[in-house]
Ligand binder design. Sequence first.
Ligand SMILES: [Zn+2]
Length: 269
Amino acid sequence: MSVTEKLLRVFRADQQLGGLQSRLRAAEKFLDEQNRLLVQIQAKRNAVNAQVKQSQAIASDHEGEMARFDVKIETLREQMNNAKTNKEYKAFLTEMNTFKAEKSNAETAALEQMGKLDELKKQLAEFDGQTAEREKVQKVAADEREKREAEIKDRLNQLQKERDALVKDVPADVMAMYLDLTRRLGEDAMAAVQELDRRRHEYSCGACQMAIPVETVSSLIRGSAATSPPVRCVSCGCLLYIEKEVAERLQPGQAKRGGKKQAVPHEEL
Ligand SMILES: [Zn+2]
């Protein structure tokens, strides 16, 4: 088995691992989104709650003012009852009317704050409703994530063990190159040669779709020996492999002779 074939087994295991984990990752993303929305609602609620506190303080200031005017008005009423002259009485009355007007202003302001408070409390209740709704979705999302994780746990462990065993067959330097390619190219770290037109010797890279010289294809076919180095796409750098059917179509002689070793005649390519 060639190095490329050994590496291909690791690549296939990685693809299976990626496929298994993608469902879990989708569930994790959905849960993260719910958490983010909950934090957002909470922040808005906190802002409104701060306004409620402020509004309550202002309303209670106005109520305090009203109480103080009541005391003053009561005092004046007694003074009016004990007034010695009409002039003195009228002076107290004028002063009392001023206090009554000021008390009325405080009352209007207090009522205004009460109205504002009602509105703010409605908003708070709305946010509480939104929080409760979102928490339900969050709970479902968290359960789903747990479920997905449990679902794939055994298969994941098994696949990981299989992959570890396959990795042992791949030379360390090739493995390092593969890991580097995986980081850069992801699922395109390895790609199959695509046969576009056999008669015209047109082949392309399965990852980047760029043309592959026929010499590269022949070296891939020749490279079935255990020591042959892996072949890379000159355009994207991915590791190339050739599907059996494509290789056999290029070596009809060998296929017919039951896989006997034979050099690929250049005319065939
Ligand atoms: Zn390529």
